[in-house]
Unconditional design. Structure first.
Length: 369
């Protein structure tokens, strides 16, 4: 079995490549080696991997990468909610339009891939599901700007005004992107599912929740929250926390994500579906900062700026029922164990702290206030 992984030199991609090789697959990697992620460093890929440097939207690179492959995992994308709100054209070009170009080449192949798995994102949900003590389950609209300016962080029932409680978010919740990045990930998902159905390519979309683990780009201020906090702490600086730090996410270890992708490649029941990959356990942002500071031996308190960012949501964690029923998937790495794994890797790394600069950029544009 010959598998193409777009974005295969990146954080998730490199872990997936290792897993695919361990299962006896041949692996081709197509990656543009984005400067913001890779910092000009050559890719560190295992022996036997065919590496093609190029953009998924480049026809020649895509044709070369797609030749003789049996299956495709499309991970290639630029990531980051905050940056997407002011580099709008770049995100749409690199994510939406490049995926469209890649799909054109894939369906034009004499022998089309027999399976396509695309990385979607929990960000397409916007806010997750909630429960009102009076009105029951709700999918509320985003928080209004006047509410956020009053530093009233929690969502409230539009019917009675009571504070809502976060609930697991299942795949049937209507998507409601609140950032340009989220819009492009919705495009990824829908383009791949629609074209897969039209051209007879069994396609699965996986909605990744908040992925963490060894190998994240520590000097990229728009990567995952764990890596952003770590880069600050490794430079003796306090993690910068937006709002009050009680916002929650579903943190899933990268090895579990790789496992879910492999299951999606092999499942007979998954094609045509969008499936959450998460743990089903919410963890607040304060806990991440505390765990990292303790593990790195840095005695600093997080800096809670009370600022809020356009595009951020308050709570979202996965309902994992569909993944369990269709893929036989359950996350196996508990948060504490996963953080210990991340910390072991961090102790051997160096990081350039660019978080303050990125925050000032957002504030200057009125996107953090």
């Amino acid at each position: 079995m010959r598998t193409l992984v777009t974005g295969g030199a990146g954080f998730i991609g490199s872990h997936l490549v290792d897993r695919l090789l361990a299962e006896g697959r041949e692996v081709v990697v197509l990656d543009s080696l984005e400067e913001q992620v890779h910092g000009g460093r050559p890719p560190e890929l295992p022996d036997g991997v065919e590496f093609i440097e190029g953009d998924v939207g480049d026809h020649a690179a895509a044709d070369r990468a797609l030749a003789r492959v049996d299956e495709v995992v499309h991970l290639g994308a630029v990531v980051g909610v905050g940056q997407s709100m002011y580099e709008i054209e770049r995100y749409v070009r690199s994510n939406t339009l490049a995926t469209a170009a890649f799909l054109e080449r894939a369906v034009a192949m004499k022998e089309r891939p027999r399976r396509l798995v695309v990385a979607s994102s929990m960000s397409i949900y916007g806010e997750g599901r909630y429960e009102c003590p009076i009105h029951g389950p709700l999918a509320p609209p985003p928080r209004r700007d006047d509410q956020l300016q009053a530093r009233d962080w929690e969502l409230r029932c539009p019917g009675c005004g009571l504070e809502l409680t976060a609930a697991p978010t299942a795949e049937d919740k209507p998507v409601a992107p609140t950032s340009v990045y989220a819009v492009t990930k919705r495009d990824h998902e829908e383009l791949c599912l629609v074209c897969g159905a039209a051209y007879g390519i069994p396609t699965v979309a996986l909605r990744f929740f908040n992925v963490y683990g060894p190998g994240q780009a520590l000097s990229n201020p728009y990567t995952g929250v764990a890596a952003i906090f770590a880069s600050r702490l490794m430079n003796g600086m306090p993690p910068l926390i937006f709002e009050d730090g009680r916002q929650s996410r579903d943190f899933i270890h990268v090895s579990d994500i790789a496992d879910g992708i492999v299951r999606a490649l092999e499942s007979e029941d998954a094609p045509g579906l969008a499936i959450n990959l998460g743990t089903g356990v919410p963890t607040d942002v304060n806990a991440v900062a505390t765990e990292l500071a303790a593990g790195l031996g840095v005695d600093v308190e997080p800096e809670r700026s009370e600022l809020y960012r356009s595009g951020d949501v308050r709570h979202c964690y996965a309902d994992t029922t569909l993944a369990r029923e269709v893929l036989g998937f359950e996350a196996r790495v508990p948060f504490a164990e996963g953080m210990a794994d991340l910390l072991g890797w961090l102790r051997e790394q160096e990081a350039v702290d660019r978080v303050a600069t990125a925050t000032k950029e957002l504030a200057a544009r009125g996107l953090a206030r």
